[in-house]
Structure formats: structure tokens, C-alpha cells
Design a binder for this molecule. Structure first.
Ligand SMILES: [Zn+2]
Length: 387
């Protein structure tokens, strides 16, 4: 009896153990299959714009499941935040989503392209923002503003600042110096004695009512000569240089004649009035100077022609002027009013008008036949300021 009971008890115990084991494994399997996946997100969720970031970089660990969209790559060209969704698949193939915020930041200010400074003359109205640009590191262009006070009617040096900010608020600044130079004129356009600087940095001296730039006498629409200024037909230096040039021209088959060299203030007054009567003031102004403004009053300028018979005059003249155009600079003469330089000289093209400036400056202004004007080279203008 006893042994039977014992036997049954042992059997019951075995069944219980097996049952427990089966239940445990079923439970284990169920737990295993239904276990919630765990995703660990990287603590670094801020990146500089332009960096390539994939989900792989943002998820440091996945437990009890697999990442589904691990190859996702994010738009990184614009600064700002974006929602990132991670898809995790558990062991049963069920997909769960988890979201977090990824941020791209821009801490690089834009780059400003601007000159370091600008020199203008008193009264100029420069557009200081012209040609000044700013570009952000992502290639977008940014607006540029200028701060600081300046007054172009008062000569002086003005420190100014360009600024530009990008869409993330990064600000770039650049310093800029505006230099306003004094003009050698008073409000009536009359020359004021003294030493000045031209907009191209040359020294301009007004002495005895005459302006000299870098030592060269200037007579144009801006810079007049006193009524009392007289000269020989040609100044001694001009005459000497001209003789040399005329000999060389003759050797090349061109007989030069001086049609007009020095003219007094009064001669010019008469000539200019005559032209005005004939062509009207507006036309006369394009080729003839008001008295006091003619280069002929300096004794350094001359109108040249080629001598010849009536029939041969035209081609001879053209050939002589062509020779002068190519050779005059070697003797210190410049073509004073070149073609297409009216806005600089104030006068139309005069193929016959030459001015003595010395060989050094003449070679520079000759510029291999592409004449530079005195106005452009020295940085001066030729406009009437008063009469
Ligand atoms: Zn002339």
C-alpha cells in the first residue's frame, strides 16, 4: 500500500515538474517573442549643416529587435530641426516607431566680399554698397548693410562697417574706410592755392593760379589758367622736343607744320565766341575751350598739319597724323584728345592736337597706341565748375 502510494506520489511529482517545465518554456517563448525592443539614441543630435548623417549614426544600440530604416539619410543643407522616426521590428515581425528630434545648426558667418576702402573727392556721391557681396557657407547670398556716419561734403577719413547675417543669425562684419579728399576749388569753381591729392593718389599743387599734377601743368575744363598767363609760341622745352620730332617725321617723309601753338587768353576768347556764333555754344563746347581753359594758352600744345599741295593734302595729312600717333610719344608728346575719351577729356577726338609732357609720361600715356588720357591717369576731371 505504502509503496503504491509512494509510486503515485512520485508520478504526480513528475507530471508537475514536466508541466512546470512546459509552462515555463511556453512562457519563456511567449516572453521572448513579445519582448519590447529597446533602442538607445545617441546623445549627439546636433550637427553642423552639410554633414552627412545617417540613422546609423543616431542609434547607438538596438536590443530585442532590428532597425528597419537604418539607411535613412537626412537633409543637412538647411539649419533647423527635423523629426526622425526610427522603425524597430520585434521578433514577431511587428514594427514599432519611435521619434526624436535631430538638429542641424549653422555657426559659420557669411563671407563679405568688399574693398578695404574707397577714396572719393568732396561732393562725390558714391554707392558704397555697389559690388559688395556676402555669401553664406551654404552658397546663399546674404544682404549687406553699411553702418557708420560719413559726409562726402566734408573731407576726411570715415571708418565704416559692412555687416551681413545669414538665415541662422550668424553675423559677419568688415571694416571699410571711406576717404573724402578736398577739391582744389572753392564753391565758385575757382582754384584755391595749396597742395591736394587726386583720386588716383597723385599730388596736385595749385601755385600762382595754375594747377600742376605730379609736376605737369593741367589746363582743361576743370583747371583754368589765369588771364595773365602767357608763353612763347612754344615753351623752350616744347620747341626743342618739337624740332627733334619734326626732323624724325621729315626723315620718314612727313612734312609737319604747326598750324597753331600758343594762343593768349584774349585770342581764345575771340576764337571761342566765333565758334559759338557759327555752331552754337553747345556744339562749340565739344571742340573748343572757353578762354582760360585752352591748352593752347600753355605753350605746351600745338595743332599739327602736313604741308602739301591742295590735291595731295588729304592723304598726306592722314599719313602724317598716323606717323605722329605711333611716334610722337618718343619725343615727349601725347595725343591729348584721343578717340572715345570725350567723357574724360571733355573734348571730341582731335587727331592733330599734341601736348608736350616729356618722354617719361608720354610713354606711359601712349600705352602701345591705346592712349590713356591725362585725366584718367592722374584721376582728375574736366568739367566746367564756373565761368
Ligand atoms: Zn588744339
Amino acid at each position: 500500500m505504502r509503496s503504491r502510494r509512494n509510486k503515485r506520489r512520485r508520478k504526480n511529482t513528475a507530471i508537475t515538474v514536466v508541466t512546470i517545465l512546459v509552462l515555463a518554456s511556453v512562457l519563456g517563448a511567449v516572453l521572448y517573442l513579445f519582448q519590447t525592443p529597446v533602442v538607445t539614441i545617441s546623445p549627439k543630435l546636433r550637427y553642423a549643416i552639410g554633414e552627412t548623417v545617417s540613422l546609423f549614426d543616431l542609434v547607438t544600440e538596438v536590443k530585442y529587435g532590428t532597425l528597419k530604416n537604418e539607411n535613412a539619410v537626412f537633409e543637412s543643407q538647411k539649419a533647423g530641426t527635423q523629426q526622425v522616426t526610427v522603425q524597430i521590428e520585434n521578433r514577431l515581425g511587428q514594427i514599432r516607431e519611435e521619434t526624436f528630434v535631430l538638429e542641424f545648426y549653422d555657426d559659420v558667418p557669411p563671407t563679405i566680399e568688399a574693398p578695404e576702402g574707397l577714396t572719393v573727392m568732396k561732393g562725390d556721391k558714391p554707392d558704397l554698397l555697389q559690388g559688395v557681396t556676402a555669401q553664406d557657407d551654404n552658397g546663399a547670398s546674404c544682404a549687406v548693410s553699411l553702418s557708420g556716419d560719413y559726409d562726402t561734403s566734408v573731407p576726411g577719413s570715415y571708418p565704416l562697417t559692412f555687416s551681413a547675417s545669414d538665415s541662422s543669425g550668424n553675423v559677419a562684419t568688415r571694416t571699410f574706410t571711406l576717404t573724402v579728399l578736398a577739391l582744389p576749388f572753392d564753391d565758385n569753381g575757382k582754384l584755391v592755392e595749396g597742395t591736394y591729392t587726386t583720386r588716383k593718389g597723385f599730388s596736385l599743387e595749385v601755385k600762382g593760379g595754375i594747377a600742376y599734377v605730379d609736376g605737369h601743368l593741367i589746363a582743361n575744363k576743370s583747371y583754368p589758367l589765369p588771364k595773365t598767363h602767357t608763353s612763347n609760341w612754344m615753351s623752350p622745352e616744347t620747341s626743342k622736343a618739337y624740332q627733334k620730332m619734326a626732323s624724325a617725321a621729315a626723315a620718314a617723309g612727313h612734312n609737319l607744320n604747326v598750324k597753331s601753338a600758343y594762343r593768349s587768353w584774349y585770342d581764345q576768347d575771340w576764337i571761342f565766341r566765333d565758334y559759338c556764333r557759327r555752331d552754337g555754344v553747345e556744339n562749340a563746347e565739344t571742340y573748343s575751350a572757353r578762354p582760360g581753359h585752352s591748352e593752347h594758352q600753355t605753350g605746351l600744345a600745338m595743332d599739327l598739319v602736313a604741308s602739301g599741295t591742295q590735291e595731295s593734302k588729304q592723304p598726306r595729312q592722314a599719313a602724317a597724323l598716323a606717323w605722329l600717333n605711333e611716334n610722337a610719344y618718343k619725343y615727349g608728346f601725347i595725343l591729348r584728345y584721343p578717340e572715345n575719351k570725350t567723357n574724360e577729356t571733355g573734348y571730341i577726338f582731335e587727331s592733330w592736337h599734341y601736348r608736350y609732357v616729356g618722354e617719361e609720361l608720354a610713354s606711359i600715356l601712349y600705352n602701345n597706341g591705346d592712349w590713356i588720357t591725362m585725366e584718367d591717369y592722374f584721376g582728375i576731371d574736366s568739367v566746367y565748375r564756373g565761368y
